[in-house]
Design a protein around this ligand. Structure first.
Ligand code: URP
Ligand code: ZN
Ligand code: ZN
Length: 452
């Protein structure tokens, strides 16, 4: 199948220019003026931007928790992602205790078989053990180039500091990428229990038990470990301005420290946690929402290249799952959805409010993640030879709602927030899958991406 996109304005991480794009065999085969091909399906993109398909480097589909699985599986979550223009997802492999990383990877690949977007995983060492190095090497042979560690959640998947240091040494020796959830688990656990014992049980105490210094001090600590080991570190879901100081110092020192934030930390603040359980439970995720001032500093850090990517940390739960913590905020499953809205929110509140340029929009929603996680130039680029994952963008004027979204969830943390841009067409691997809001019925399954 061939597609010819005529007259669009192509936006890449570095350029904006008018040209036609010819797609054949799932790839971009030509970019030039006045292209013709009588066999190709024609799309007129006059007056429209064309962006590379989005890459969300941080999603949790079908995540097992004490409250059951997160409510989007790979099928429903990737479908929602595609609606919003995200054509590649990076999810996680979290082994069960005593399960090896390669075994967990095989199991997770099976769970992801119905994913509609292309996908990969960050694989999580949840303990240090004597075969860990060989397990990591096997995952690398299987096409995994990033490994995720948790400094929080110490009673399940989090690592103690001495184990973290040993894991980082292995990752550094293998020359691959560490990604890290940076929050000081022990301090948080103490505060959680203290609040609960004082009878402070509402969702607001989820946020109060995870103050910004518990993130910033974890960031500082992992950066010190990176300095000692030479490990490349990517800090996920940075939420507080305090953390930015340490990231900036590390980058100035020449350390390979990259960082991500999420739309929720740019657009929402801790006022959302004031109110009834019904109103606030959906805002329970980790790290928690911060102050307005943090939102502003994070936007600035994006335009200063201090933060390089936007992930969503997509991990929705139904209200009935959140209800498990009605009388104890510690029992509310942590997480919220957003994979579908990432590009629209970033465009509306970033580009249209002059906080980021169009090129920065492309960088932080697609190209940078592709480069950091070994997918470039296959993904995240509009160039001859790259995968034909493209979005043709349209202006819109609508409100986000759980009634109309495609995520499998009865809650939406962006309820009633206005968006002013969304995909008109989404093309994945050279096939039109969303055209003017109409979704193809038989979308080809996504592929597992072996990364370099
Ligand atoms: O609250 C969150 N973010 N849940 C998903 C797991 C994680 O910590 O990223
Ligand atoms: Zn996390
Ligand atoms: Zn996460």
């Amino acid at each position: 199948m061939k597609i010819l996109i005529k007259n669009g304005t192509i936006v890449t991480s570095g350029k904006i220019f008018k040209a036609d794009i010819l797609i054949s065999g799932g790839k971009i085969s030509e970019i030039s003026d006045s292209l013709k091909d009588k066999d190709a399906e024609l799309i007129d993109a006059d007056g429209k931007y064309i962006f590379p398909g989005g890459i969300d480097p941080h999603v949790h589909m079908h995540l097992p928790t004490f409250a059951g699985y997160s409510s989007d599986d790979f099928y429903t979550g990737s479908r929602a992602a595609l609606f919003g223009g995200t054509t590649t997802l990076i999810d996680f492999v979290t082994p069960r205790k005593s399960q090896s990383l390669p075994d967990a990877l095989i199991e997770r690949k099976r769970e992801a078989e119905n994913c509609l977007s292309d996908y990969s995983f960050h694989v999580s060492p949840i303990s240090w053990h004597k075969n860990l190095k060989e397990e990591i090497q096997e995952c690398i042979r299987q096409g995994i180039t990033s490994f995720k560690v948790y400094m929080a959640y110490k009673n399940s998947i989090g690592l103690e500091d001495n184990d973290l240091l040993k894991v980082m040494q292995i990752i550094a020796n293998e020359g691959v990428q560490l990604t890290v959830h940076a929050e000081l688990g022990d301090d948080i656990e103490n505060l959680r229990n203290q609040y609960f014992e004082e009878g402070k049980t509402s969702p607001e105490y989820h946020a109060l038990s995870r103050p910004d210094y518990t993130e910033a001090n974890a960031v500082k600590k992992v950066i010190n470990f990176a300095d000692q080991t030479g490990c490349k570190v990517y800090i996920v879901h940075v939420s507080s301005q305090k953390s930015l100081k340490y990231i900036s110092e590390a980058q100035k020192k020449g350390l390979s420290v990259y960082a991500e934030t999420c739309p929720q930390y740019l657009l929402l603040d801790d006022e959302k946690l004031k109110g009834s359980f019904e109103e606030t439970a959906k805002f329970v995720f980790s790290p928690p929402l911060r102050k307005k001032e943090d939102n502003n500093k994070l936007w600035k850090a994006l335009s200063d290249n201090l933060l390089l990517t936007i992930g969503t940390d997509h991990c929705p739960f139904l209200y009935e799952q959140k209800l498990l913590g009605k009388d104890d905020f510690r029992k509310i499953p942590n997480g919220a959805g957003g994979v579908e809205h990432r590009l629209s929110l970033l465009y509306t509140y970033g580009v249209l409010q002059n906080k980021i340029s169009l090129n920065e929009f492309v960088k932080i929603s697609s190209t940078n993640a592709s480069k950091i996680f070994g997918l470039y130039p296959k993904k995240g680029e509009i160039a001859v030879g790259s995968d034909a994952d493209l979005i043709i963008w349209q202006e819109t004027d609508e409100f986000i709602s759980s009634k109309t979204h495609h995520q499998n969830c009865d809650l939406n943390i962006y309820e009633n927030i206005k968006i002013k841009g969304k995909p008109l067409y989404v093309i994945k691997n050279g096939k039109i899958i969303n055209s003017e809001g109409k979704f193809e019925k038989n979308i080809e399954k996504g592929k597992f991406l072996k990364r370099k």
